[in-house]
Design a protein around this ligand. Structure first.
Ligand SMILES: NC(=O)c1ccc[n+]([C@@H]2O[C@H](COP(=O)([O-])OP(=O)(O)OC[C@H]3O[C@@H](n4cnc5c(N)ncnc54)[C@H](O)[C@@H]3O)[C@@H](O)[C@H]2O)c1
Ligand SMILES: [Fe+2]
Length: 434
């Protein structure tokens, strides 16, 4: 077995992991092939989803030209809301239902790809909006049949939404983020063209890059799949299986690429930075799709959900929001300081791959060294200084803790047991990073 000591067997623990591999095309110029790709899936009339900013960039024009050249009828929908809501998912569904489309193309970030997934689902298998939404908020009804082909063309590089069967939105009345999860939501093809990234605002590059790092490093330090109880029925093996030898390979390289390219890509971008970061995003997506994230993501839902008045440069300013990558990385230093002792060699590897000086570092100090290195990189890329930087103070610690504590699916994937008190301490430690 390709395992290391991290995957030591446990009495009653799982002995197998599964590999879900999305279909991906990667390379500069690949957007010009989308028309032929659509034909290969038998599409003759498609909806092209994007958002009001991305529509002005070259990527959308390239896709429309390519579809036209291939003789595929295309109708543009550019009203996707950034950080989509139940309201905007419903509006997109109405468009999809009325257009008589046989497929969907999304050109944009996670907001656009997720909206196309939802519109595809609800127009193909109409039902009450809460029917397919994850429990306990919704009924988590299984998607009853296949969806129409969806080709996802990301213009950001962090979410890996092109690889996943997940669509996330804000539930406006409930003031929380949740989503729909089904393998049937996964796009049939992800087209990753690094040329798309050239127009990204610097802070969006930084937020995406840290999200990629966190996907990869949370997967690497997730509880090993061997330390989770073996399910009596293989179909009950969770999507988040825990760290495994397959996700390890992809995630180690993703962390190395972020460490080598992120600060440069934000402050003085070179073409090779975009290619490296988009590739890192893809690797981390494959990794966390099989291993699963843990604490920084669990805590991020609280940070994003309770926002009061934070606005980030590079995102639309019509409503307060903590963009996903920022809501994740503000928690990461305190988390990795805490998880370091549970997987010292892995934290040492992460610290080194991110560029920390590890020459004389004992493995037990690696979590702290990695935390310091992340904080350094955040400062160099203009990110907010911890939770205070996005508008929270000590008076918010209990509310943040309550929200995060509800994310048990993610919390149990951490490499050590995590109590409510631990979570509160982690938020406290995340208030200010430097
Ligand atoms: N489905 C999943 O598996 C998954 C995973 C993680 C996050 N998400 C969701 O994805 C969303 C975030 O997605 P995101 O980080 O990709 O960003 P985004 O789609 O929200 O876009 C961020 C901003 O960047 C702009 N933008 C996008 N591409 C651009 C480009 N090439 N040039 C210039 N501007 C550009 C957008 O117009 C927007 O203002 C959130 O809603 C999050 O919850 C989904
Ligand atoms: Fe993420």
């Amino acid at each position: 077995m390709v395992s290391t000591s991290y995957f030591a067997p446990m009495e009653g623990g799982d002995t197998a992991f599964t590999v879900e591999a999305p279909k991906i095309k990667f390379g500069a110029g690949s957007l010009s092939e989308v028309g032929k790709d659509a034909l290969s899936y038998g599409l003759s009339r498609v909806a092209v989803f994007t958002d009001p900013d991305v529509v002005a960039h070259a990527s959308v024009g390239k896709v429309l030209d390519s579809l036209k050249a291939a003789g595929v009828d295309a109708v543009l929908y550019s009203d996707v809301e950034v950080e989509p809501t139940d309201r905007s998912f419903k509006a997109a569904t109405t468009f999809a239902a009325e257009g008589n489309f046989d497929g969907f193309i999304s050109v944009g970030g996670g907001s656009v790809m997720d909206t196309a997934k939802a519109a595809n689902l609800y127009s193909t298998h109409p039902d009450d909006f809460m029917a397919y939404v994850n429990a306990p908020i919704g009924d988590a009804k299984p998607v009853p049949g296949p969806l129409k082909p969806h080709i996802a063309c990301p213009t950001t590089f962090g979410t890996a939404s092109e690889c996943t069967g997940i669509a996330i939105c804000d539930f406006l009345d409930l003031e929380l983020k949740s989503g729909i999860a089904s393998p049937r939501l996964r796009p049939v093809l992800g087209v990753l063209d690094p040329d798309n990234l050239k127009t990204l605002p610097p802070l969006v590059v930084a937020a995406n890059g840290f999200d990629v790092f966190s996907h990869a490093f949370e997967s690497l330090t997730a509880r090993p799949f061997t330390q989770r109880a073996k399910p009596d029925d293989p179909s009950k093996r969770p999507l988040s299986q825990g760290a495994n030898p397959y996700s390890d390979v992809a995630c180690q390289e993703a962390v190395r690429l972020v460490g080598a390219h992120l600060v440069g890509a934000v402050n003085d971008p070179q073409p090779e930075d975009y290619e490296a970061l988009m590739f890192a995003g893809m690797l981390a997506g494959i990794g966390f799709g099989n291993a699963g994230c843990h604490l920084p993501h669990a805590m991020s839902y609280a940070v994003a959900g309770l926002v009061r008045d934070y606005h980030a440069q590079g995102w639309p300013s019509n409503h307060a929001m903590v963009p996903h990558g920022i809501s994740v990385i503000v928690n990461a230093p305190s988390v990795f300081r805490f998880t370091g002792p549970a997987a010292p060699e892995r934290h040492l590897m992460g610290a080194k791959a991110m560029g920390a000086d590890t020459a004389n570092l004992a493995p037990e100090d690696a979590g702290a060294a990695l935390a310091d290195r992340i904080a350094d990189m955040m400062r160099q890329t203009g990110l907010p200084n911890g939770l205070r930087g996005v508008g929270y103070g000590p008076e918010d610690l209990d509310a943040l803790t309550d929200r995060a504590d509800a994310q048990q699916r993610l919390i149990v994937n951490a490499p050590l047991p995590v109590s409510r008190e631990n979570l509160r301490d982690l938020f406290e430690d995340a208030l200010q990073l430097w």
